[in-house]
Design a protein around this ligand. Structure first.
Ligand code: 8YV
Length: 315
């Protein structure tokens, strides 16, 4: 059918989404075109929907090259790589994949917090390296239950992290752009005050220029030599050079990091530290959640083509 909406897929997303895009939407795969620029020049005006991911993004130049574009369906809850302002200015709907990953990302935040406090990585290496028998008892670690948990960014993921605090009898406070009166947790109007109060500070806010290096040297200083930082959001939110300096000087207790600046890979200073637990950006990376995220990319497109509205718009 010549009047069928033309869906353009910018990059591979995952097996389920890729298959659905191919079979149900007959999506054109931009990265497989011999000359992407030439394809856009010839067919850009026919494209009404884009499927992409937070990894690939969709910038303002590409949006400008697609004059008939009406919806962007992106894989991932983050959308800092998508020019949402440019899209919204033209009435183009942008959809991400929220909600379905909240629990798994919150689970990983807790895994990192527990691992950093109880030194699971170092303890695991201690046993593997034969030190248990040779050197005896492992050094003492830090209690988690009953302590103070600070959450930076009480969105859907932040709230899922905070909820888990109840099972550990933790008092929870948070900082963000605005207080959330619908929650039982205390709001700290400044991040400095939250860091000073917290035993554990978990970063769960969006990335992008607005939150860049929000967790500064002074915030880490306020968290203190017994404090532990956990980041499951974006590496850009933390001043990583300051973090490394603080850890090296013993002015911060430890860190659990699923994300770092300049991914993939992590700097040697972080890899070498026994006070740091690292995971390779796997917050949402369970089979169950990744499948749900891929389904939602397709469901957003289906909903848009059926009703003119995506299910989970970015605002
Ligand atoms: C992705 C994420 O795994 O949803 C997001 O925004 O960060 C994760 O779910 C990540 O973008 C993969 O690079």
């Amino acid at each position: 059918r010549t009047d069928a909406p033309l869906v353009l897929q910018l990059a591979p997303i995952g097996p389920l989404a890729d298959q659905g895009l191919r079979e149900e939407f007959a999506a054109v795969r931009l990265w497989e075109q011999a000359d992407a620029e030439a394809w856009l020049a010839a067919h850009g005006a026919e494209v009404t929907c884009v499927a992409t991911s937070v990894r690939r993004g969709c910038d303002a130049a590409l949006i400008a090259a697609l004059p008939a574009l009406r919806a962007i369906s992106s894989w991932g809850v983050g959308f800092e790589t998508i020019a949402t302002d440019a899209a919204h200015a033209r009435g183009i709907q942008v959809a991400n994949t929220p909600d379905v990953l909240d629990d798994c990302v919150a689970d990983l935040a807790w895994a990192l917090m527990l691992a950093a406090a109880r030194r699971i990585g170092a303890a695991d290496r201690y046993v593997r390296d034969g030190h248990w028998r040779a050197l005896g008892e492992f050094p003492l670690s830090t209690r988690v239950s009953g302590k103070r948990l600070g959450v930076l960014g009480l969105g859907r993921i932040g709230a899922a992290i905070a909820r888990r605090g109840q099972g550990f009898a933790m008092e929870v406070r948070y900082h963000g752009r605005a207080p959330r009166p619908d929650t039982p947790y205390g709001f700290e109007p400044s991040l400095m005050a939250l860091a000073e109060w917290s035993d554990f500070l978990i970063v769960a806010c969006p990335g992008g220029p607005q939150t860049r290096h929000l967790v500064s040297a002074s915030v880490l200083e306020a968290l203190g030599p017994r404090g532990i930082l956990v980041n499951i959001a974006r590496g850009s939110v933390v001043d990583q050079a300051a973090l490394i300096r603080m850890l090296e000087e013993g002015r911060l207790g430890g860190a659990g990091l699923d994300v770092v600046e300049d991914e993939p890979g992590a700097p040697a200073a972080l890899r070498a530290s026994d006070d740091v637990v690292l995971t390779p950006h796997v917050g949402s990376a369970t089979r169950e959640t990744r499948e749900a995220m891929e389904r939602l990319v397709l469901d957003n497109l289906r909903a848009f083509l059926r009703s003119g509205r995506v299910l989970t718009p970015v605002r």
